[in-house]
Design a protein around this ligand. Structure first.
Ligand code: GRF
Length: 231
């Protein structure tokens, strides 16, 4: 688990929920990740798994842009990567069905949208009920949708941040799992604020997966575990 933030340091985030003292109890989680861009959140998940701070494995990355950074990172990290060309699926549901096919083939438990720049439909959401997460660069419910960092700067807020949340059909409106707040500093540009927010995204996304793993998969383990009557 990450160390407790020093709330007196303006360069450091405050994260909710605060880090737990002990390890979360949950069986290993198989992750599928969806990305369209640079892929730094994808890499943060892979690193957390490999460093042992997240009891999970990233078993499959799906990208929708052939030349995206996430695809290069997957090659470097040795994670299986599939490119799905969204232009071949004029209806969003068709693209989602292809994603489901790929994730089922990799037997993933949870799916993480880590910079996926397409709107998903109830087809994908229903295939992974309460198991589909998104990371968004604002303190939701403020600044949903595109250019959340620019929206925050334009609004003149003094506190920005990021949110890991469950996905619902309404964009950026699902139940919140973890948030981290960062200060907006004097003279911040879109780039400088986005960079500070991304540092926190890389912390809270693995934590959100762990929380969901403990909540969902731990419950499944408890209900399907060995019968105590059998000794
Ligand atoms: C992140 O800022 C995330 O909040 C948003 O898209 C960005 C993806 O960044 N949904 P990266 O591709 O993981 O570096």
């Amino acid at each position: 688990m990450p160390a407790s933030p020093d709330a007196s340091d303006p360069g450091v985030s405050v994260q909710w929920p605060l880090p737990q003292p002990g390890p979360l109890e949950y069986p290993p989680v198989r992750l599928g990740v969806m990305a369209s861009g640079n892929g730094s959140n994808f890499e943060a998940l892979v690193r957390a798994c490999r460093q042992g701070t997240l009891r999970a494995s990233v078993d499959c990355l799906v990208v929708n842009r052939a030349g995206c950074g996430a695809r290069d990172r997957a090659a470097r990290l040795g994670v299986p990567c599939h490119w799905v060309d969204h232009r071949l699926h004029p209806e969003r549901e068709g693209l989602d069905r292809e994603l489901i096919r790929l994730f089922r083939a990799s037997c993933v438990d949870l799916v993480v949208m880590a910079g996926w720049m397409r709107i998903v439909t109830p087809v994908l959401i229903a295939a992974y009920p309460d198991r589909l997460l998104n990371i968004h660069p604002s303190l939701l419910p403020s600044f949903r949708g595109m250019d959340a960092v620019g929206q925050a700067l334009a609004a003149g807020v003094t506190l920005a941040g990021c949110t890991a949340h469950l996905v619902r059909a309404e964009v950026d409106a699902g139940p919140i799992l973890v948030q981290a707040a960062v200060p907006v500093l004097e003279g911040d540009s879109r780039e400088s604020l986005a960079a500070r927010i991304q540092v926190q995204e890389h912390r809270i996304l693995p934590l959100a997966v762990a929380l969901l793993g403990a909540r969902l998969l731990g419950a499944r383990l408890r209900t399907s575990g060995p019968d105590p009557a059998q000794g």
